[in-house]
Design a protein around this ligand. Structure first.
Ligand code: GTP
Ligand code: SPV
Ligand code: MN
Length: 593
């Protein structure tokens, strides 16, 4: 399928080591994929769902110990520890290769190795980057077929270029103790072993499009970010684009596909999805920032997705979708917590055990996922395939904070915006293994995804700012403020549009704001509450007073935060943190004094 010597010799070297019984090159043809689906069905790896309800859809259960990204076992193996920085796990490349090569030796015996050429970004576009993933999992091949562009066309576009990203994935024994997700940025290489879960094994996604790409981006003068991309269409047809970085399971897919409140829809407002998880960003000829989505599908959180919260995501999953760790119904349909109020009875939970929905246990894993083709999305942007990307008016950071962070605030300028991104914090979620609900610093939502020293990454942000003659404005949002009883104060979901419109009004210089210690906060009356009908709990309706309370900057909470920010910055070699950010920290401290 290719004459590319670098590809051929690497495939030979890796398969000589892993010793599969068979090597199958994936050409991307529907016949080949269909044969793989049939084979995976025959072994029980996937289950064909009811084709009348869900045409082209399949069901998969992962091993019970393998349901989320494993940050503790994810490594960035740069030549020195300093290049990986204090927020990444590190091991010397030689030592790590040694360890991995031992684990890989013979691990595909009795199995088939699939050689999967894939493209991040539209094939042939000047911004696309190509990879080859070797994997012994049909589930991985089928997911990558949805999430990326795969097959012969990618090899053709690669030609003789040796600069592809090498990815080796083996399920091995799914042994947690020997599970490794390892990146060698200097070698363009990713190694994944002993896992079969999404972000650990779909190597185009977090491993390539964020960790390796962030490293490439710094060297080549562009950015790889954990960001959704959406367009807001005004009644006059003008479309403005926003990117937003929220940590895992903090609302990117939902925001990317939001449906505006009815009064705005009636006026002609629309929202278009360009991407829901990753943005590759470059400076265009006109000095503006342009973003492309390197992916071709959505690997979305299932729980909480329903006809009201995210009808576009739900519609995207009605055909040609793979469901992982949800509940399969007797009819061969799917269910998860938050889909509707009628859990199926007499079926098994995501683990395959008999499950009683009335005993309070969950049927679907909290990090259960759908893998849906982007083309299924009813609000997919017509710019989705545009190789030049879309021009960005605003960059939004955000996290899941019960308190402290107000609903929205605006940074004073680019450097302050980089500071706002660098001090992002969020409560941990089920998207990664470990405790849930613990506040941790997660700069730019990249803590688990930055492929080099986070201090150098911040410097790259500062440097990019100097190259952009028309800088986007930078904001921070928090949809997750809780009241004393632990209830969400802000309605969220489609109503987030009200905040996005304020953000775009600020970008257009159409609305004033209040300057506070942390940046610009809206005047409550400038966030349009028309038609909003949300009850926080009991008889507490959301109104302008509730809005005011979540727009308030509580100095005492921020003083606490300041201490935690200083402790976080304190983990770095002070010289690694750009002086601009030290200056912003000093300003914040002075403002809060
Ligand atoms: P990853 O795919 O892990 O990167 O997650 P994501 O950032 O795309 O998060 P997603 O949109 O899938 O949302 C995760 C969870 O947050 C779901 O359970 C949603 O129902 C919930 N959620 C999303 N948006 C909102 C919101 O505006 N308000 C509230 N209260 N919950 C939200
Ligand atoms: C995330 O955790 O941010 C995800 C899911 O988008 S995974 O692909 O597992 O990383
Ligand atoms: Mn994500």
């Amino acid at each position: 399928m290719t004459k590319n010597q670098a590809v051929l010799s690497w495939v030979k070297e890796m398969t000589d080591m892993t010793k599969p019984d068979r090597i199958v090159w994936i050409d991307g043809s529907e016949e080949q994929l269909e044969a793989l689906r049939a084979e995976a069905c025959s072994t029980g790896e996937i289950v064909k769902l009811n084709q009348e309800l869900l045409p082209g859809c399949y069901y998969h259960r992962t091993a019970v110990n393998d349901v989320a990204r494993v940050e503790g076992r994810t490594f960035i193996c740069t030549p020195t520890k300093e290049e990986a920085g204090p927020t990444n796990n590190w091991m010397a490349p030689d030592e790590m290769y040694d360890k991995l090569w031992k684990l890989y030796t013979g691990c595909m015996m009795g199995r088939t190795c699939y050689v999967l050429p894939y493209s991040m970004g539209p094939v042939g576009s000047p911004f696309a980057k190509y990879g080859i993933e070797l994997t012994d999992s049909i589930y991985v091949v089928l997911n990558m077929n949805i999430m990326t562009r795969i097959g012969q066309k990618v090899l053709d576009a690669m030609g003789d270029d040796p600069g592809f990203i090498k990815g080796l994935h083996a399920k091995a024994d799914l042994d947690e103790e020997n599970r490794y997700i390892v990146h060698f940025p200097q070698d363009n290489t990713i190694c994944s072993i002993n896992s079969g879960y999404g972000g650990n094994v779909l190597l185009g996604k977090k491993c390539f499009a964020l960790r390796i790409a962030s490293y490439l981006g710094r060297n080549e003068g562009w950015m790889a970010e954990h960001m959704l991309i959406l367009g807001i269409e005004y009644p006059d047809g003008d479309i403005k684009y926003i990117t937003a970085a929220f940590p895992s399971a903090c609302g990117k897919t939902n925001l990317a596909m939001l449906i505006p409140p009815e009064y705005l829809r009636k006026k002609g407002y629309k929202v278009w999805t360009v991407g829901d998880d990753i943005a590759w960003i470059r400076v265009g000829e006109d000095g503006r920032l342009y973003a492309v989505n390197p992916e071709n599908g959505f690997f979305g959180v299932a729980p909480g997705t329903n006809a009201k919260s995210n009808p576009n995501a739900l519609a995207s999953t009605r055909k040609d979708t793979i469901f992982t760790n949800v509940v399969m119904t007797k009819e061969g349909g799917v269910w998860w917590e938050g889909l509707d109020k009628n859990p199926p009875h007499g079926v098994n939970n995501w683990k395959g055990e008999p499950w009683d929905p009335d005993d309070g246990s969950k049927g679907a894993h909290p990090n259960s996922r759908f893998t849906a083709p982007a083309v299924n999305c009813p609000c997919l942007s017509s710019e989705f395939e545009n190789p030049k990307g879309v021009p960005i008016s605003a960059i939004v950071f955000g996290g899941r904070r019960a308190k402290t962070a107000p609903l929205v605030y605006q940074a004073r300028d680019w450097n302050h915006g980089v500071f706002v991104g660098s001090i992002m914090a969020s409560e941990t979620t089920a998207a990664a293994s470990g405790a849930v609900g613990v506040v941790r610093r997660d700069p730019m939502a990249m803590l688990p995804f930055c492929g080099y020293n986070m201090g150098d990454y911040w410097q790259h942000w500062i440097d990019m700012g100097k190259k952009i003659s028309q800088q986007p404005k930078i904001f921070n949002v928090n949809w997750f403020r809780l009241n004393e009883n632990g209830k969400f104060m802000w309605p969220g979901f489609g109503d987030n549009m009200r905040v996005l419109l304020w953000i775009l009004d600020r970008c257009a210089g159409k609305v004033d704001a209040v300057e506070t210690e942390i940046g610009y906060v809206p005047k409550a009356e400038d966030i349009d509450l028309e038609g909003l009908d949300y009850t926080i709990e009991g008889d507490q309706k959301f109104d302008i007073d509730a809005l005011k309370s979540i727009l308030t900057v509580e100095k005492d909470w921020w003083k606490e935060d300041l201490e935690s920010i200083k402790a976080f910055y304190g983990k770095f070699d002070p010289k690694k943190i750009p002086q601009e950010l030290w200056d912003e920290l000093a300003k914040l401290e002075k403002n809060l004094a």
